[in-house]
Design a binder for this molecule. Structure first.
Ligand code: PRP
Ligand code: URA
Length: 211
């Protein structure tokens, strides 16, 4: 069994905002805003090892060599639809990032992932791909999304979520041991319907107010 490469972002700001999101009375607008705020804090950690290169610039006073991001722009990949809740904040932080979308939903009976959309930039193999989805439950959706991304040529991938179940982490690490997982919390377990406990409910419904 592969040892999972998991980083828990346990910053107090992240944990406080996550607690607000978990509460069932938190309304849609606030839920969405909290997710946007957390996405900035998660990306800050995920992007920590991005390479930089020194460039010569002019300040108003003199010339200096200063660091700028090196290499091709990274690619954010949202697993629809809840992934879009993490996407916007991250784009605010890295506006020049490329964006891919993978439409996957869980069959409510089998919990298997069903793909309905796939669109990513052509040059995916040259870019760091950051796959985002708030929930890692059984991991069927994220495993399928990363499978597709690798088939399309992606070589460097990170997966970012808000909540992860131990079962999902184990399954994901088994399928994609080369892909690190970043999460704000690891919850206790899955229930019989594949929902994370204690969790926050259905992320897509809570982001978009569809229930
Ligand atoms: C949710 C969530 C993940 C998936 C996680 O999506 O956003 O994509 O479930 O579960 P898994 O790890 O067991 O696959 P859902 O299928 O509800 O679709 P939605 O985002 O369109 O609401
Ligand atoms: N998808 C969700 O939105 N919530 C869960 O708890 C599990 C999967």
């Amino acid at each position: 069994m592969s040892k999972a490469d998991v980083k828990v972002i346990d910053h107090p700001l992240v944990q406080h905002k996550l607690t607000l999101m978990r509460q069932k009375e938190t309304p849609t607008g606030l839920f969405r805003e909290l997710l946007r705020e957390i996405s900035l804090l998660l990306l800050y950690e995920v992007a920590r090892d991005l390479p930089t290169v020194m460039e010569e610039i002019e300040t108003p006073l003199e010339t200096m060599r200063a660091p700028v991001l090196d290499g091709k722009k990274l690619c954010l990949v949202s697993i629809l639809r809840a992934g879009d809740g993490l996407l916007q904040g991250m784009l605010d932080l890295i506006p020049s990032a490329r964006v891919g979308h993978i439409g996957v939903y869980r069959d409510p009976e089998t919990l298997e992932a069903v793909e309905y959309y796939f669109k990513v930039p052509h040059s995916i193999g040259d870019r760091l791909c950051i796959v985002v989805d708030p929930m890692l439950a059984t991991a069927h959706s994220s495993i399928a999304a990363v499978d597709r991304l690798k088939n399309a040529g992606a070589e460097r991938i990170k997966f970012v979520c808000l909540l992860a179940a131990p079962e999902g982490i184990a399954a994901f690490a088994e399928a994609h041991p080369d892909v690190p997982i970043y999460t704000a919390a690891i919850d206790r377990e899955l229930n019989d319907h594949g929902y994370i406990l204690p969790g926050l409910g259905d992320a897509g419904d809570r982001i978009f107010g569809t229930k």
